[in-house]
Design a binder for this molecule. Structure first.
Ligand code: SF4
Length: 331
């Protein structure tokens, strides 16, 4: 048996979960990767190939999350707005220095949308946008590990542990909501926001908040942040328009469906691990968000791929239980 901290605060573990040594640990990112493309999952999670050229986008998102979490924790602990804002801003800039990959220097030049100056500008806008709404933050940044169920394997039933980090539980207008912050450089529109109703990560956080924190809620709030430079003309978007809130709701049957569906996908992953028949997507996912990082590899003849991987990628391990966002890479 191994012990996992199934709820962890900044101060340390709040409680632990005993799981068998062969338990399958899964998170939203790995599930999403497999559902996008089996071969992508194979390269990333099985073979541990990670591109050498790192994008500035994840590091920017991590820094924004850390700054906002610092602001919220300060507010929760009774600090007044101006001091809480200063506290969060300091954390944001420190996180930016720590997380921004050095090889993205050109991407984060002074006038770029992901520069530290612009990060601070957007963070300021975020604080000012939500402050008049009187939000309260009973929980901020809660890493969790939840026993989801079991799947059949050749040697018997195996526990499945779902892990993640809940950004916050927000109290708003006498209701409790599971909250997640999403940063994007794509223009925010209603269709994009509505899409979070089918976001398996959000449903997972809601299930975890109910089961582990005992929060009686079926509702979530997306706080979406548009990452952009200041408008060049007076007709352009004002800073306050960079922030959108989307309310989501799932009933009990939908939350149960999510759990069973997640277990089904995990079984599919385990089947692939045994038979090794990882399918290539051959679809728009190869081009999504600029381009799948493995596209140059997949578009080459199979015999040439190993050499391409060795040249443009390095080996790194995804560690979903680390108290880090997105990915923690170990060489
Ligand atoms: S390029 Fe396409 S087929 Fe290859 S890993 Fe990416 S999504 Fe899958």
């Amino acid at each position: 048996m191994i012990q996992l901290h199934n709820l962890t605060s900044k101060a340390g573990p709040l409680s632990t979960l005993e799981v068998s040594d062969d338990a399958i640990i899964i998170d939203a990112h790995l599930l999403k990767t497999f559902r996008v493309c089996e071969e992508k999952y194979n390269y990333f999670e099985q073979k541990h190939w990670v591109p050498n050229a790192m994008s500035a986008a994840p590091a920017f998102g991590i820094s924004m999350h850390e700054g906002i979490a610092g602001f919220r924790l300060a507010k929760r602990d009774g600090m007044k707005y101006p001091d809480a804002y200063q506290h969060g801003a300091k954390i944001l800039l420190e996180a930016y220095k720590k997380n921004m990959p050095p090889d993205s220097t050109s991407e984060v030049a002074q006038d770029d949308k992901r520069s530290p100056q612009n990060a601070l500008r957007i963070f300021t806008g975020h604080c000012e946008h939500y402050e008049p709404m009187g939000l309260k933050y009973p929980y901020v940044e809660v890493p969790f590990a939840m026993l989801l169920g079991q799947v059949p394997m050749a040697h018997g039933m195996v526990d499945v542990i779902y892990v993640g980090i809940i950004d916050a539980i927000i109290e708003w207008q006498a209701g409790l909501f599971v909250n997640d912050i999403k940063t994007t450089a794509w223009v925010l529109n209603q269709n994009w926001l509505d899409g979070f109703q089918m976001d398996q990560g959000m449903i997972g956080y809601t299930v975890a908040a109910r089961e582990l924190l005992g929060i009686d809620t079926s509702r979530a709030l997306i706080h979406a942040i548009w990452v952009s430079t200041p408008a060049k003309t007076a007709k352009g978007k004002k800073l306050d328009d960079y922030f959108h809130t989307k309310e989501l709701y799932w009933d009990e049957s939908q939350l149960n469906e999510w759990r069973q569906n997640t277990l089904n996908t995990i079984q599919d992953i385990e089947t692939r691990k045994v038979d090794g028949k990882w399918s290539l997507a051959y679809n728009e996912d190869c081009n999504s968000f600029g381009m799948c990082p493995y596209r140059p590899v997949c578009s080459s003849p199979p015999a040439a791929r190993e050499q391409l991987l060795t040249m443009d990628f390095h080996k790194a391990i995804w560690t979903p239980l680390e108290d880090e966002r997105l990915q923690k890479i170990e060489g």
